[in-house]
Design a protein around this ligand. Structure first.
Ligand code: FMN
Length: 183
């Protein structure tokens, strides 16, 4: 990232990779000179990370990680928003993967995790949230616990015959995008 920033000078460069806490963003920016950061895995199940970043950038203290009551309220809000956007079935089904990320670092037990991951309505999610102890705080280091891909770097894939003519500006066909998408 530092080399790229050196190379492109005035052009803004956004750094990326292993930003789990607000301090990681400040450290990357001061170490590399980049102008901002982009976050992938660090915000999975942790939307408050953006508020933490704002605090850090403005020189305010970064709030502690939320207790389970706040996490549960945000889960229900998130699931309800997806249900509104995609309809209840698809929205709640899509939300299931987020439940594991939201609960990462909170000692709730595997049975509770399984129930969340199988919920089929916002009402069911709400009733599960109601069974959580709202005062439960996360374990030490919870922010840095792995989420998202955990099996290390993956082999990059270039579109077919890409290297044969690097000056050819023709965009690859749509299928090439599917090959490299991590989403
Ligand atoms: C849910 C998710 C979806 C992603 N989708 C893509 C993608 O479609 N294309 C891509 O180039 N990278 C994708 N990435 C990779 C991120 O852009 C980022 O480079 C990578 O996660 C490293 O940053 P991180 O340490 O903050 O996670 C995705 C990452 C996550 C967590």
């Amino acid at each position: 990232v530092a080399q790229l920033k050196d190379h492109v000078g005035e052009f803004p460069v956004l750094g990326n990779g292993d930003i789990w806490e607000a301090d990681d963003a400040l450290a990357m920016m001061s170490k590399t000179g980049c102008d901002g950061v982009v976050i992938g895995r660090g915000c999975l199940g942790r939307p408050w990370l953006f508020g933490d970043l704002l605090a850090a950038f403005e020189g305010r203290p970064v709030p502690p990680l939320p207790a389970l009551g706040e996490v549960g309220a945000v889960m229900v809000e998130h699931a309800a928003a997806l249900a509104e956007l995609f309809g209840s079935d698809r929205g709640v089904h899509d939300f299931r993967k987020h439940t594991g990320w939201y609960l990462t670092g909170y000692p709730v037990g595997s049975e509770m995790r399984r129930s969340f991951a199988n919920a089929s309505s916002v009402a069911e999610l709400q009733s599960l949230v109601d069974r959580l102890d709202p005062d439960t705080v996360p374990v030490d280091g919870a922010a840095r616990l792995a989420r998202g891909h955990t099996n290390g770097p993956r082999r990059p894939v270039l579109p077919d015959r890409y290297l044969e003519d690097l000056d050819d500006a023709t965009p690859p066909d749509a299928a090439a995008d599917a090959l490299v998408s991590g989403g």
